[in-house]
Design a protein around this ligand. Structure first.
Ligand code: UDP
Ligand code: MG
Length: 318
Protein backbone atom coordinates (compact mmCIF):
# COMPACT_ATOMS: atom_id res chain seq x y z
CA UNK A 1 0.00 0.00 0.00
CA UNK A 2 1.36 3.48 -0.76
CA UNK A 3 2.63 5.17 2.37
CA UNK A 4 0.64 8.33 1.63
CA UNK A 5 -2.53 6.38 2.40
CA UNK A 6 -1.54 6.07 6.02
CA UNK A 7 -1.71 9.86 6.61
CA UNK A 8 -4.61 11.36 8.56
CA UNK A 9 -7.53 11.71 6.15
CA UNK A 10 -9.47 14.93 5.81
CA UNK A 11 -13.10 14.76 7.02
CA UNK A 12 -14.36 14.84 3.42
CA UNK A 13 -12.21 11.88 2.38
CA UNK A 14 -14.33 8.83 1.62
CA UNK A 15 -13.14 5.38 2.62
CA UNK A 16 -13.49 2.52 0.12
CA UNK A 17 -13.16 -1.03 1.46
CA UNK A 18 -11.96 -3.69 -0.96
CA UNK A 19 -12.91 -7.20 0.19
CA UNK A 20 -11.13 -10.29 -1.13
CA UNK A 21 -12.45 -13.78 -0.31
CA UNK A 22 -9.53 -16.23 -0.48
CA UNK A 23 -9.49 -20.00 -0.41
CA UNK A 24 -6.15 -21.74 -0.98
CA UNK A 25 -4.82 -18.86 -3.08
CA UNK A 26 -1.09 -19.04 -2.17
CA UNK A 27 -0.15 -19.35 -5.86
CA UNK A 28 -1.62 -15.98 -6.80
CA UNK A 29 -2.03 -13.85 -3.68
CA UNK A 30 1.39 -12.09 -3.80
CA UNK A 31 0.71 -10.94 -7.36
CA UNK A 32 -2.82 -9.89 -6.48
CA UNK A 33 -1.62 -7.81 -3.56
CA UNK A 34 0.98 -6.01 -5.71
CA UNK A 35 -1.57 -5.23 -8.41
CA UNK A 36 -4.08 -3.91 -5.89
CA UNK A 37 -1.41 -1.69 -4.31
CA UNK A 38 -0.58 -0.24 -7.74
CA UNK A 39 -4.21 0.15 -8.86
CA UNK A 40 -5.53 1.73 -5.67
CA UNK A 41 -3.50 4.92 -5.45
CA UNK A 42 -5.29 7.39 -3.19
CA UNK A 43 -7.07 9.95 -5.33
CA UNK A 44 -8.60 13.31 -4.48
CA UNK A 45 -10.93 12.63 -1.53
CA UNK A 46 -10.62 8.83 -1.65
CA UNK A 47 -8.64 6.37 0.42
CA UNK A 48 -8.78 2.61 0.54
CA UNK A 49 -8.67 -0.25 3.02
CA UNK A 50 -8.15 -3.85 1.92
CA UNK A 51 -9.80 -6.72 3.78
CA UNK A 52 -8.68 -10.28 3.14
CA UNK A 53 -11.08 -13.02 4.21
CA UNK A 54 -9.35 -16.39 4.49
CA UNK A 55 -12.13 -18.92 3.99
CA UNK A 56 -10.42 -21.78 5.87
CA UNK A 57 -7.42 -22.20 3.54
CA UNK A 58 -5.19 -25.23 4.11
CA UNK A 59 -2.13 -23.76 2.31
CA UNK A 60 0.08 -20.72 3.04
CA UNK A 61 -2.69 -18.19 2.26
CA UNK A 62 -3.06 -17.02 5.87
CA UNK A 63 0.72 -16.58 6.29
CA UNK A 64 0.81 -14.38 3.20
CA UNK A 65 -2.13 -12.34 4.44
CA UNK A 66 -0.43 -11.88 7.81
CA UNK A 67 2.63 -10.50 6.03
CA UNK A 68 0.49 -8.00 4.10
CA UNK A 69 -1.14 -6.78 7.33
CA UNK A 70 2.28 -6.27 8.93
CA UNK A 71 3.48 -4.26 5.94
CA UNK A 72 0.52 -1.87 5.77
CA UNK A 73 -1.98 -0.57 8.32
CA UNK A 74 -4.49 -0.26 5.49
CA UNK A 75 -4.76 -4.05 5.26
CA UNK A 76 -6.99 -6.00 7.63
CA UNK A 77 -7.88 -9.66 7.66
CA UNK A 78 -10.21 -12.28 9.08
CA UNK A 79 -9.73 -16.01 9.03
CA UNK A 80 -12.66 -18.44 9.10
CA UNK A 81 -12.44 -21.54 11.29
CA UNK A 82 -13.03 -23.72 8.21
CA UNK A 83 -14.15 -23.45 4.61
CA UNK A 84 -17.65 -21.91 4.57
CA UNK A 85 -17.75 -21.01 0.87
CA UNK A 86 -17.35 -17.94 -1.30
CA UNK A 87 -20.72 -16.33 -0.47
CA UNK A 88 -20.10 -16.63 3.27
CA UNK A 89 -16.61 -15.17 2.80
CA UNK A 90 -18.05 -12.19 0.89
CA UNK A 91 -20.63 -11.64 3.63
CA UNK A 92 -17.91 -11.88 6.32
CA UNK A 93 -15.92 -9.21 4.44
CA UNK A 94 -18.96 -6.95 4.09
CA UNK A 95 -19.51 -7.17 7.85
CA UNK A 96 -15.84 -6.31 8.57
CA UNK A 97 -15.75 -3.40 6.11
CA UNK A 98 -15.88 0.14 7.51
CA UNK A 99 -15.92 1.98 4.20
CA UNK A 100 -18.49 4.39 2.78
CA UNK A 101 -18.59 1.92 -0.10
CA UNK A 102 -17.34 -1.66 -0.44
CA UNK A 103 -15.94 -3.45 -3.49
CA UNK A 104 -16.02 -7.26 -3.67
CA UNK A 105 -13.08 -8.63 -5.65
CA UNK A 106 -11.96 -12.20 -6.44
CA UNK A 107 -8.41 -12.99 -5.34
CA UNK A 108 -7.31 -14.67 -8.60
CA UNK A 109 -7.05 -11.46 -10.70
CA UNK A 110 -9.98 -12.47 -12.90
CA UNK A 111 -11.53 -9.22 -11.72
CA UNK A 112 -9.11 -6.42 -12.71
CA UNK A 113 -8.53 -4.10 -9.71
CA UNK A 114 -7.65 -1.33 -12.20
CA UNK A 115 -11.35 -0.62 -12.84
CA UNK A 116 -12.06 0.08 -9.16
CA UNK A 117 -11.24 3.84 -9.48
CA UNK A 118 -13.81 4.05 -12.33
CA UNK A 119 -16.35 2.28 -10.07
CA UNK A 120 -15.62 4.81 -7.34
CA UNK A 121 -16.11 7.74 -9.69
CA UNK A 122 -19.53 6.35 -10.82
CA UNK A 123 -20.45 5.92 -7.13
CA UNK A 124 -19.52 9.55 -6.50
CA UNK A 125 -21.89 10.51 -9.33
CA UNK A 126 -24.67 9.03 -7.18
CA UNK A 127 -24.96 5.35 -8.19
CA UNK A 128 -25.49 3.09 -5.16
CA UNK A 129 -24.45 -0.09 -6.96
CA UNK A 130 -21.74 -0.23 -9.63
CA UNK A 131 -21.41 -3.69 -11.11
CA UNK A 132 -18.89 -5.07 -13.55
CA UNK A 133 -20.37 -6.87 -16.55
CA UNK A 134 -18.29 -9.46 -18.38
CA UNK A 135 -18.36 -8.93 -22.14
CA UNK A 136 -16.04 -11.91 -22.66
CA UNK A 137 -14.71 -14.71 -20.48
CA UNK A 138 -11.24 -15.88 -21.44
CA UNK A 139 -9.68 -19.14 -20.32
CA UNK A 140 -12.90 -20.76 -19.04
CA UNK A 141 -14.09 -24.21 -20.02
CA UNK A 142 -16.97 -24.53 -22.51
CA UNK A 143 -19.04 -26.05 -19.68
CA UNK A 144 -18.44 -23.04 -17.41
CA UNK A 145 -19.29 -20.57 -20.19
CA UNK A 146 -22.46 -22.42 -21.19
CA UNK A 147 -23.67 -23.05 -17.63
CA UNK A 148 -23.05 -19.39 -16.66
CA UNK A 149 -24.90 -18.17 -19.79
CA UNK A 150 -27.91 -20.40 -19.05
CA UNK A 151 -27.82 -19.72 -15.28
CA UNK A 152 -28.28 -15.93 -15.47
CA UNK A 153 -31.01 -16.14 -18.09
CA UNK A 154 -33.01 -18.86 -16.32
CA UNK A 155 -32.64 -17.10 -12.98
CA UNK A 156 -33.93 -13.87 -14.52
CA UNK A 157 -36.99 -15.73 -15.87
CA UNK A 158 -37.75 -17.30 -12.50
CA UNK A 159 -36.95 -14.41 -10.17
CA UNK A 160 -39.60 -11.98 -9.03
CA UNK A 161 -37.07 -9.16 -9.61
CA UNK A 162 -34.76 -8.53 -12.62
CA UNK A 163 -31.32 -10.19 -12.51
CA UNK A 164 -28.30 -8.53 -14.13
CA UNK A 165 -26.87 -10.83 -16.86
CA UNK A 166 -23.22 -11.91 -16.84
CA UNK A 167 -22.49 -10.03 -13.64
CA UNK A 168 -20.74 -11.76 -10.77
CA UNK A 169 -20.01 -10.48 -7.28
CA UNK A 170 -17.36 -8.03 -8.54
CA UNK A 171 -19.20 -4.81 -7.70
CA UNK A 172 -19.16 -1.70 -5.62
CA UNK A 173 -21.90 -1.35 -3.00
CA UNK A 174 -22.81 1.84 -1.21
CA UNK A 175 -22.77 1.72 2.62
CA UNK A 176 -26.58 1.81 2.66
CA UNK A 177 -26.74 -1.32 0.48
CA UNK A 178 -24.05 -3.04 2.58
CA UNK A 179 -25.99 -2.36 5.78
CA UNK A 180 -29.14 -3.72 4.20
CA UNK A 181 -27.40 -6.91 3.00
CA UNK A 182 -25.59 -7.59 6.27
CA UNK A 183 -28.86 -7.08 8.15
CA UNK A 184 -30.66 -9.81 6.18
CA UNK A 185 -31.27 -12.99 8.12
CA UNK A 186 -31.22 -15.31 5.06
CA UNK A 187 -29.53 -18.53 6.07
CA UNK A 188 -28.66 -19.18 2.43
CA UNK A 189 -27.54 -15.85 1.06
CA UNK A 190 -27.09 -15.45 -2.70
CA UNK A 191 -25.52 -11.99 -2.74
CA UNK A 192 -26.12 -11.14 -6.38
CA UNK A 193 -29.81 -11.99 -6.02
CA UNK A 194 -30.06 -10.03 -2.77
CA UNK A 195 -28.53 -6.95 -4.45
CA UNK A 196 -31.06 -7.21 -7.31
CA UNK A 197 -33.86 -7.74 -4.79
CA UNK A 198 -32.79 -4.58 -2.88
CA UNK A 199 -33.40 -2.72 -6.15
CA UNK A 200 -31.11 0.30 -5.71
CA UNK A 201 -30.10 2.25 -8.86
CA UNK A 202 -27.36 0.25 -10.53
CA UNK A 203 -24.92 0.99 -13.33
CA UNK A 204 -22.45 -1.39 -14.97
CA UNK A 205 -18.90 -1.10 -16.25
CA UNK A 206 -18.04 -3.59 -18.98
CA UNK A 207 -14.82 -5.58 -18.86
CA UNK A 208 -13.22 -8.65 -20.35
CA UNK A 209 -12.69 -11.43 -17.82
CA UNK A 210 -9.13 -12.73 -18.02
CA UNK A 211 -8.10 -16.28 -17.13
CA UNK A 212 -7.15 -16.98 -13.50
CA UNK A 213 -3.57 -15.66 -12.94
CA UNK A 214 -2.40 -18.85 -11.16
CA UNK A 215 -3.76 -21.91 -9.39
CA UNK A 216 -6.98 -23.78 -10.17
CA UNK A 217 -10.60 -22.73 -9.75
CA UNK A 218 -11.91 -23.21 -6.22
CA UNK A 219 -15.49 -23.38 -7.47
CA UNK A 220 -15.84 -27.13 -7.77
CA UNK A 221 -18.96 -28.65 -9.37
CA UNK A 222 -20.65 -29.33 -5.97
CA UNK A 223 -19.98 -25.69 -4.98
CA UNK A 224 -21.44 -24.45 -8.28
CA UNK A 225 -24.53 -26.61 -7.78
CA UNK A 226 -24.91 -25.40 -4.20
CA UNK A 227 -24.69 -21.76 -5.40
CA UNK A 228 -27.33 -22.36 -8.08
CA UNK A 229 -29.57 -24.05 -5.53
CA UNK A 230 -29.33 -21.06 -3.18
CA UNK A 231 -29.91 -18.71 -6.12
CA UNK A 232 -33.12 -20.40 -7.24
CA UNK A 233 -34.46 -21.05 -3.73
CA UNK A 234 -33.97 -17.45 -2.66
CA UNK A 235 -35.07 -15.90 -5.97
CA UNK A 236 -38.61 -15.52 -4.64
CA UNK A 237 -40.05 -17.61 -7.47
CA UNK A 238 -42.93 -19.95 -6.70
CA UNK A 239 -42.88 -21.37 -10.23
CA UNK A 240 -41.30 -24.80 -9.52
CA UNK A 241 -43.71 -25.32 -6.63
CA UNK A 242 -46.67 -24.33 -8.84
CA UNK A 243 -46.02 -26.91 -11.55
CA UNK A 244 -48.10 -29.58 -9.68
CA UNK A 245 -50.98 -27.09 -9.40
CA UNK A 246 -50.96 -26.69 -13.19
CA UNK A 247 -50.59 -30.40 -14.02
CA UNK A 248 -53.29 -31.20 -11.45
CA UNK A 249 -55.79 -28.69 -12.81
CA UNK A 250 -55.18 -29.65 -16.45
CA UNK A 251 -55.47 -33.38 -15.62
CA UNK A 252 -58.72 -32.90 -13.71
CA UNK A 253 -60.19 -30.79 -16.52
CA UNK A 254 -59.05 -33.45 -19.04
CA UNK A 255 -60.60 -36.22 -16.92
CA UNK A 256 -63.91 -34.33 -16.81
CA UNK A 257 -63.99 -33.95 -20.61
CA UNK A 258 -63.07 -37.64 -21.05
CA UNK A 259 -65.80 -38.69 -18.62
CA UNK A 260 -68.33 -37.00 -20.90
CA UNK A 261 -67.27 -39.07 -23.94
CA UNK A 262 -68.08 -42.79 -24.09
CA UNK A 263 -64.64 -43.86 -25.42
CA UNK A 264 -62.68 -41.80 -22.91
CA UNK A 265 -64.72 -42.77 -19.83
CA UNK A 266 -62.56 -45.84 -18.78
CA UNK A 267 -59.41 -43.68 -18.69
CA UNK A 268 -61.06 -40.74 -16.91
CA UNK A 269 -60.82 -42.20 -13.40
CA UNK A 270 -57.01 -42.81 -13.31
CA UNK A 271 -56.44 -39.38 -14.83
CA UNK A 272 -58.75 -37.80 -12.22
CA UNK A 273 -56.86 -39.59 -9.42
CA UNK A 274 -53.52 -38.36 -10.79
CA UNK A 275 -54.95 -34.84 -11.10
CA UNK A 276 -56.26 -34.84 -7.52
CA UNK A 277 -52.89 -36.02 -6.15
CA UNK A 278 -50.99 -33.48 -8.19
CA UNK A 279 -53.33 -30.73 -7.03
CA UNK A 280 -52.82 -31.79 -3.39
CA UNK A 281 -49.01 -31.60 -3.85
CA UNK A 282 -49.49 -28.15 -5.41
CA UNK A 283 -51.46 -26.95 -2.39
CA UNK A 284 -48.68 -28.21 -0.07
CA UNK A 285 -46.25 -26.33 -2.35
CA UNK A 286 -48.16 -23.09 -1.82
CA UNK A 287 -47.83 -23.47 1.94
CA UNK A 288 -44.14 -24.35 1.54
CA UNK A 289 -43.56 -21.22 -0.49
CA UNK A 290 -45.27 -19.11 2.18
CA UNK A 291 -43.09 -20.75 4.87
CA UNK A 292 -39.96 -20.11 2.74
CA UNK A 293 -40.78 -16.42 2.37
CA UNK A 294 -41.53 -16.15 6.06
CA UNK A 295 -38.27 -17.98 6.92
CA UNK A 296 -36.28 -15.53 4.79
CA UNK A 297 -37.92 -12.72 6.76
CA UNK A 298 -36.82 -10.00 4.37
CA UNK A 299 -38.35 -6.58 4.86
CA UNK A 300 -41.50 -6.02 2.81
CA UNK A 301 -39.96 -2.93 1.16
CA UNK A 302 -36.74 -0.93 0.91
CA UNK A 303 -36.80 2.87 1.09
CA UNK A 304 -34.67 4.63 -1.52
CA UNK A 305 -35.06 8.24 -0.39
CA UNK A 306 -37.03 10.19 2.16
CA UNK A 307 -38.01 13.87 2.08
CA UNK A 308 -38.65 15.44 5.45
CA UNK A 309 -40.42 18.71 6.13
CA UNK A 310 -37.96 21.57 6.46
CA UNK A 311 -40.26 23.42 8.91
CA UNK A 312 -40.32 21.81 12.37
CA UNK A 313 -43.85 20.90 13.50
CA UNK A 314 -45.41 21.94 10.18
CA UNK A 315 -48.82 20.42 9.34
CA UNK A 316 -50.86 20.58 6.17
CA UNK A 317 -53.34 23.48 6.22
CA UNK A 318 -56.89 22.17 6.85
N1 UDP B 1 -13.41 -18.78 -2.78
C1 UDP B 1 -13.66 -18.78 -1.42
N2 UDP B 1 -14.21 -19.91 -0.86
C2 UDP B 1 -14.52 -21.01 -1.59
C3 UDP B 1 -14.29 -20.97 -2.99
C4 UDP B 1 -13.74 -19.83 -3.56
O1 UDP B 1 -13.40 -17.80 -0.72
O2 UDP B 1 -14.98 -21.98 -1.02
C5 UDP B 1 -12.81 -17.56 -3.37
C6 UDP B 1 -11.59 -17.82 -4.25
O3 UDP B 1 -10.41 -17.84 -3.48
C7 UDP B 1 -11.66 -16.64 -5.21
C8 UDP B 1 -13.15 -16.41 -5.38
O4 UDP B 1 -13.78 -17.02 -4.26
O5 UDP B 1 -11.08 -15.48 -4.67
C9 UDP B 1 -13.71 -17.01 -6.64
O6 UDP B 1 -13.32 -18.37 -6.74
P1 UDP B 1 -12.72 -19.00 -8.07
O7 UDP B 1 -11.85 -18.01 -8.75
O8 UDP B 1 -12.07 -20.31 -7.74
O9 UDP B 1 -14.05 -19.26 -8.90
P2 UDP B 1 -14.25 -19.17 -10.49
O10 UDP B 1 -13.71 -17.84 -10.93
O11 UDP B 1 -13.50 -20.31 -11.06
O12 UDP B 1 -15.72 -19.28 -10.67
MG1 MG C 1 -11.86 -17.13 -10.54
Amino acid sequence: MPASQTGTPSPTTRLISVVLPCYNEEAVLGRTHDRIARALRPAEGVRYEVIYVDDGSADATWNLIRTFTRESPMVRAVRFSRNFGHQAACLGGLKEARGDAVVLLDADLQDPPEIIPEMVSRWRQGWRVVSARRTARHGETAFKNLSAFAFYRLLDRLSDHPVAFDTGDFRLLDREVVDLLTGLTDRELFLRGAVSWAGFPETAIEYQREPRAAGASKYTLPKMLSLSRSAFLTSGSALPLRIPLCTGSVSLAGALVMALTRRGRPKALPLALFGAQSLAVGVVGEYLHAVLRQGQSRPAYVIRERIRSTIPGAVLAS
